[in-house]
Design a protein around this ligand. Structure first.
Ligand code: 3H9
Length: 702
């Protein structure tokens, strides 16, 4: 515990208020239960046992009670004391201990509170067991103690969802005993005093009877998981642990939980999910921007009110920015307003906004106009007009003329040369790319495309904006497609090549769904509309390398009017009104015409082969993107694919996946495929270097 002037202050403070001992966890930023803290907690309980205090309250300093076990320790050998024994030490204490929670009580944090004898939480405090989102299960008694309090069905749903509930919701469920009032310490002391006045002794959740078994609930959950958690391990381990809670006494149930927890800890899924957790947080930490002050952002302008522009405006409005949207005429401006109003109504339905707040936004914060002059006060204007260099430069010229000095110009282009767009203005230092993904108010990824002329404080402002919009921001350099669409072109190319060699779209999609993608590339193409790919191919025609292949079958589908879901057929057939595609023999017959009759012969691919080629193409191109300096770190690429392209989170991102399966084997395969198709499968120099050095992409994350 803390000694004054100690250079290594203890993560736990102990003091007394009369007969009440106050134990404060102080291990910022999230009071994670690392080894030092666990040891200090045991010492604090021992001090409490030995002194004459009659009751103790346990609370957190800073923003929260406890954010959970220390995730940074995972994957390393466990160090004593482990969390289950710390909690057992607390639960077995002969004098009562009260947990007083605020902010967050997550994972091991909530389990710690469940080991205490009484629980109070401040209004709005979030209580959750999010271990499933990390490929784990609660491993410090949560699966055994929680169902003793709430019943097994409720605990099963809560733990499998991983989603926290508020203190207000937790109270009637019996997870907490009391809601705090104004301040944490005052509420905690008042509760402890009440307990003292009632001579309340320790009351152990572990002493409660086993929860009543509920075979129907288990069967229903198993059936649900078979569909929703296919390929994942930890949801099924959670079900087993809760079954143990019903079937075993506390000691055996805890042992079974620990066994399952340690088993999950060894899975690649756990490593992938925890990599994704850290990537999401590290991606915006750019050493080059340290100390750079962002420009003020009070008023945002958007040009273009189509799906993308309206989505960007919605996102900014939801974050509290006033937005002025410019359209070319009254009719278009009204349509944009209607789209935004509908987006905001959907946000109300999702519980993100109140009706009153929506009404206030539409009245006070949004202006849809036709005159660029309305942007004279904007600090940033984002154009989201038709994807053409000429159209966008014309819009930038108008913006350049009306925006005040120091105001930023952003383009939402998904492939145009931002360097050239910037050079066409009088303020290239103020120009940046903000590549939102559709729908812009929903999708998490924001590619921040930095031109060679962009000023550092403009980059910092873009990151600050993205953070306030709740986006995962990735810095990209300028190239065709930036990070994400450039890599997408490569793995789509690999899929098309497999089609030429005998695989069907259905087979490819099925194999990739099996890998964990929500949809395969051909189902996605049908959803987006095949005309989009067609236009991209036309755009690239002039610069296409003659050695590249063109999926003529995709062009032919477009010529036949098979544009995907919106026309009832594309790669798949969509029976009236259905959004689920059925494999279509006509598509297969059409594709067959494009396959070479002779070399290389049609191949039958296994699912594993399809997955490996698709991912190898992704990794190879990602290594080229890194080598070219378009992405600064492998984690930027993992974030891009995870948050914008549906890469399955439990694989951690393509470069984490590559490290985990082994780079030398991947390079070997790429070299083998290059024998037949040296143009497409040219190995990335960076991949070759990493293999030669026996190194990993992770070594480049800094
Ligand atoms: C568990 O508990 C297992 C047990 O059942 C059994 C054990 C035997 N550990 O997110 P933020 C870092 S599993 C280590 O920006 P916020 C984070 O990386 C765990 N570090 O703050 C960041 O570092 P940096 C179950 C952690 O206010 C900094 O703290 N718990 C941990 O937006 C600030 O984080 C969870 O899954 C951690 N547990 O959100 C909860 N958590 O500054 C995971 C955070 O270097 N955590 N860091 O980038 C969260 O959901 C959010 O961090 C939280 C705060 C809501 C707590």
């Amino acid at each position: 515990m803390t000694e004054q002037g100690d250079p290594n202050p203890s993560p736990v403070h102990y003091d007394r208020v009369g007969a009440i001992a106050v134990i404060v966890i102080d291990n910022g930023p999230v009071n994670a239960l690392g080894q030092n803290l666990r040891r200090a907690l045991v010492q604090a309980v021992d001090t409490f046992v030995q002194d004459d205090a009659e009751i103790a309250v346990l609370m957190g300093a800073g923003r929260m009670f406890v954010g959970g076990a220390d995730i940074k320790e995972f994957g390393k050998p466990p160090v004593a004391p482990d969390l289950p024994s710390v909690i057992a030490h607390i639960e077995s204490c002969a004098k009562p201990i009260v947990a007083a929670m605020h902010g967050n009580a997550l994972g091991g944090g909530l389990e710690l509170a469940l080991g205490c004898h009484y629980r109070l939480a401040m209004p709005g405090c979030k209580l959750g067991l999010p271990e499933v989102t990390l490929g784990l299960l609660p491993g410090a008694g949560g699966t055994q103690r929680l169902p003793r309090l709430t019943g097994v069905e409720s605990a099963l749903e809560f733990i499998l969802s991983g989603t926290p509930i508020t203190a207000e919701t937790a109270l009637p469920k019996g997870v907490i005993d009391r809601l705090g009032t104004s301040d944490l310490r005052g509420s905690a002391l008042a509760f402890a005093q009440d307990l003292l006045d009632r001579s309340a002794g320790p009351r152990r959740v572990g002493d409660l009877p086993r929860p009543a078994p509920n075979p129907a609930a288990f069967a229903a959950m198993q059936a649900k998981l078979a569909k929703t958690a296919r390929g994942l391990a930890s949801p099924f381990a959670i079900v087993k642990a809760l079954q143990a809670a019903c079937d075993m006494d506390l000691t055996d149930g805890l042992a079974e939980e620990r066994r399952l927890f340690l088993e999950m800890m060894q899975t690649p899924q756990r490593a992938g999910l925890i990599h994704a957790f850290f990537v999401e947080r590290k991606v915006a930490a750019l050493p080059a921007l340290e100390g750079v002050v962002a420009r003020p952002l009070r008023q945002i302008g958007v040009v273009g009110g189509g799906t993308m522009g309206a989505g960007i405006a919605t996102s900014a409005l939801l974050a509290g920015y006033p937005v002025t949207l410019v359209e070319r005429d009254e009719k278009a401006a009204n349509t944009a307003r209607t789209t935004i109003a509908a987006n905001l109504a959907a946000a109300v339905t999702r519980g993100k906004l109140t009706q009153a707040a929506r009404a206030a936004i539409l009245t006070d914060a949004l202006a849809c106009v036709t005159d660029y002059a309305a942007l004279s006060n904007a600090d940033l204007a984002i154009e989201a007009v038709f994807e053409s260099f000429d159209v966008k430069t014309a819009v930038f010229a108008q913006l350049d003329a009306v925006l005040k000095p120091g105001a930023m110009l952003a383009t939402n282009t998904s492939y145009l040369d931002v360097n050239r767009l910037a050079a066409a203005t009088s303020r290239p230092q103020d120009v940046i790319g903000l590549h939102f993904f559709s729908p812009a108010h929903v999708m998490k990824l924001l590619e921040i495309v930095v031109a060679s002329s962009t000023a550092p404080d403009v980059i910092a402002t873009a990151f600050a904006l993205g953070k306030s919009l709740g986006k995962v921001c990735v810095k990209s350099g300028v190239c065709d497609g930036f990070i994400g669409n450039r890599i997408l072109a490569a793995y789509r190319g690999a899929a098309d090549r497999m089609i030429l060699q005998g695989a069907s779209p259905f087979q490819i999609d099925t194999a990739l769904v099996d890998f964990g993608f929500a949809m395969g590339p051909y189902a996605v193409a049908d959803l987006a509309g095949l005309d989009i790919g067609f236009l991209t191919r036309q755009r690239k025609e002039a610069s296409r390398d003659p050695r590249d292949i063109v999926p003529g079958w995709a062009d032919e589908l477009v010529h036949l009017g098979r544009l995907g879901q919106k026309t009832g057929s594309g790669y798949y057939r969509y029976p009236a009104g259905s959004r689920t595609g059925l494999p279509d023999p006509q598509t297969d017959a059409l594709i067959a015409k494009y396959r070479p009759v002779t070399s290389p012969p049609a191949q039958a691919f296994t699912d594993a082969q399809i997955q490996r080629r698709y991912l190898a193409a992704m990794v190879n191109e990602a290594a080229k993107v890194l080598h070219d300096g378009i992405a600064a770190r492998p984690l930027d690429i993992d974030a891009t694919l995870l948050f914008g392209y549906g890469f399955p989170r439990h694989h951690g991102g393509p470069l984490h996946w590559a490290d985990s399966v082994g780079l030398s084997g991947l390079l070997q395969d790429i070299n083998d495929w290059a024998q037949h198709d040296p143009f497409f499968w040219a190995p990335a120099p960076l991949l070759e270097r990493l293999v030669a050095e026996n190194s990993l992409f992770a070594s480049l994350n800094g």
